[in-house]
Design a protein around this ligand. Structure first.
Ligand code: PLP
Length: 385
């Protein structure tokens, strides 16, 4: 049986071209980019080239890109780094539907540095009301951090508008664009953000690759102290190979302006099929402001983990909520923040599409979900059906 991988929001396979581009910098061209000999110079040139290409894909300048080890480090650097370097005050605005990388960074700022966080209310579909941001902003608000696209339910936030409102009151704006990249055109200056986080392994670059855009001129307190690499914003010998792979993977992404709507139509057909054939399924996330790649549901009375196993027996690989919470029986923090009960939030299942996912794949996935719900309900007996 062929495996149908629909867990692309958790991670993606490395694109062969990204690996090929990285390979010389793991082997023959293995120099340290800080070394002054020829091998080092080659590495430094490759790193500079990757930085320029990445910056140009984002509409940024090369000096505004900091290479990181991925989305978690990027979120921590942006949130903690901007908050600590900005003398304006100790107040931050965010939402409880953010990724754990942002939530835990905020919790750290609260606990260790005495910051105060205001949490914007989210509706059942994880949407925000931008007017609530105006109400939350204060004279001592240092930073607003709100993601572009939610990783569990796919709801989009109007980042450009939110950034504008934050700036009107003098606060900085960071967005986690880890899931949005590849699906939504990303131009940092059009968006008007001060910082933006990317992760490589969601777009065909290796795990452990990533970058943060930090608007030029902004002070940022580094998390890692040492040799002063990355313009003193991230010490540590640069991972040239992964930077090259990240820039290459980013350039290989299909043009998101046309690809987003095409995949969104496939996703909508899939959602419709699931809702009409699986009565236990309820769509989570927004029906209209939604990432093209994510279809997520709760399944009334049917445990998410059991469904994952049944789907896997049928060759369909998905996840329940976020991969980061997998392996623990915690209800999805995103769904509980949206007002779902803990029990409901334990029944979530997320299908995340790739650019290569076909209509046939999604018909198979919908059929497998129907069969899996039947199998789990049968096993659990009438009480759970
Ligand atoms: N932010 C979001 C929205 C994510 O979905 C993820 C990963 O799932 C991360 C941050 C963390 O990225 P990484 O796995 O590269 O640390």
């Amino acid at each position: 049986m062929d495996t149908l991988y629909l867990d692309n929001a958790a991670t993606t396979p490395v694109h062969p071209a990204a690996l090929n581009a990285a390979w010389p910098f793991l082997t023959s061209e293995f120099g340290n980019a800080s070394s002054t000999h020829e091998l080092g110079e080659h590495a430094a040139e490759a790193l500079a080239d990757a930085r320029t290409r990445l910056a140009s894909a984002l509409g940024a300048r090369a000096g505004e890109i900091v290479f990181t080890s991925g989305g978690t480090e990027g979120d921590n650097l942006a949130v903690v780094g901007l908050a600590l370097a900005n003398p304006r005050g100790k107040h931050i605005v965010s939402a409880r539907t953010e990724h754990e990388a942002v939530l835990a960074a905020l919790e750290y700022l609260e606990r260790v540095h005495g910051f105060e966080i205001s949490w914007l209310a989210v509706a059942k579909d994880a949407a925000l009301n931008p007017d609530d941001l105006d109400t939350a902003l204060r004279d001592d608000t240092t930073l607003v951090t709100l993601m572009m696209a939610n990783n569990e339910v796919g709801t989009l936030h109007p980042v450009r508008e939110l950034a504008e409102r934050a700036h009107r009151r003098g606060a900085l704006f960071h967005t986690d664009a880890v899931q949005a990249i590849g699906w939504i055109p990303l131009n940092v200056h059009d968006l008007g953000v001060d910082a933006l986080t990317l992760s490589g392994h969601k777009i065909g670059a290796p795990k452990g690759s990533g970058a943060v855009f930090v608007r030029s001129g902004l002070a940022i307190e580094p998390l890692l102290h040492g040799g002063g690499q990355e313009g003193d914003r991230r010490s540590g010998t640069e991972n040239v190979a992964w930077a090259v792979a990240l820039a290459t993977a980013l350039e290989l992404l299909p043009a998101s302006a046309s690809e987003g709507p095409r995949v969104a139509r496939l996703r909508d057909d899939f959602i419709e099929r699931v809702l009409s054939t699986v009565p236990e399924a309820r769509l989570t996330g927004s029906t209209h402001d939604r990432l093209a790649s994510i279809a997520s549901f709760t399944l009334a009375g049917v445990g998410g983990e059991a469904i994952l196993l049944e789907l896997e027996r049928r060759g369909v690989i998905v996840s329940s909520g976020s991969a980061c919470a997998a392996g623990r029986d915690d209800p999805s923090h995103v769904l509980t923040a949206c007002g779902f009960t803990d029990d409901e939030a334990r029944t979530s299942v997320r299908f995340s599409l790739a650019h290569t996912t076909s209509a046939e794949d999604l018909m198979r996935a919908a059929r497998a979900l129907r069969e899996s719900v039947d199998a789990v309900s049968g096993l659990a007996g009438p009480a759970a059906s």
